[in-house]
Design a binder for this molecule. Structure first.
Ligand code: ADP
Length: 255
């Protein structure tokens, strides 16, 4: 499997009346197909900026961001975004929320609606398809938000601190849930988080960034048994070793 996404010597700065804020400095990394890349780094180092650049909401100043397959096949890579807030609309039922993206893209065919219903069923929300978002728990809402993205068949999922609005206990089980779904659906994902345990339990690789302007401090492949869920990984003896290794790097990165 090859690289799905490539950053090559990317530089980026924000410009305002008060001056320039350099955010990324010669940043290079790649994301392989089916990989789950967790990006960690000090607060304000540029993690969300990286996701906005991947989504094409902004352009790098120098360097390039490209999808190698897109170059070869001249097709657009479909990107799904998952944010801290689930942005489900209260006046719509769950099925109508989940099919909203299809509606906007004029893709709400019978077949696609059936696919949405199947995903709701598969991931335990079948009974709730006629419910309103407020009738669901925080975790179920995040699952519905993920399904809304999955029905569009994204090739790349971008997750921007998607669990940080949840309390600790819920956060663990929702992370487990969402991570397991993403793996079952064989998606490529990039997660940015300031929570190192979350990064290690969900990722197949962790990229540690320095203070702003961000550069790669280290890039660590995680070698857990594939069958382990994110929660099970937290109890694996390797987890603590990875945590300590990356924690050290993170502290160096902030110096
Ligand atoms: P992180 O996600 O790692 O916390 P961000 O990518 O959100 O970091 O932001 C990186 C830096 O850029 C921060 O110092 C932030 O204050 C600054 N920044 C973010 N967005 C803007 C903007 N629109 N204009 C100016 N500065 C910004």
């Amino acid at each position: 499997m090859g690289a799905l996404l490539q950053f090559e010597d990317v530089n980026f700065a924000y410009h305002s009346m008060d001056g320039e804020t350099p955010v990324l400095s010669d940043l290079s990394f790649q994301v392989e197909e089916r990989e789950f890349l967790s990006i960690v780094g000090p607060s304000g180092c540029g993690k969300s900026t990286i996701l906005s650049l991947i989504a094409g909401l902004m352009e790098p100043e120098t360097g390039s961001i490209f999808f190698p397959a897109q170059k070869e096949q001249k097709k657009s890579v479909i990107i799904g975004y998952m944010l801290q807030k689930d942005h489900l609309f209260e006046w719509r039922t769950i099925i109508n929320n989940v099919t909203l993206g299809l509606e906007i893209r004029h893709m709400k065919t019978k077949e696609n609606v059936r696919k949405a219903e199947e995903l709701l069923e598969k991931y335990g929300l079948g009974k709730f398809k006629k419910s309103r978002p407020s009738q669901l728990s925080g975790g179920m809402r995040q699952r519905a938000a993920l399904i809304r993205t999955l029905v569009l068949e994204p090739e790349l999922l971008l997750l921007d601190e998607p669990f940080s609005a949840l309390d600790y206990q819920t956060r663990l089980s929702v992370g487990d849930d969402i991570g397991t779904i993403i793996r079952k659906e064989k998606k490529t994902a990039v997660l940015v988080t300031h929570d190192l345990s979350e990064a290690i339990s969900l990722g197949t690789r962790v990229l540690v960034l320095s203070n702003r302007p961000a550069r790669v401090v280290c890039d660590i492949a995680l070698d857990f048994d594939e069958k382990l869920t994110p929660l099970e990984k937290r109890n694996d003896p390797q987890f603590q070793a990875y945590f300590q290794k990356i924690w050290k790097e993170l502290n160096k990165s902030g110096e």
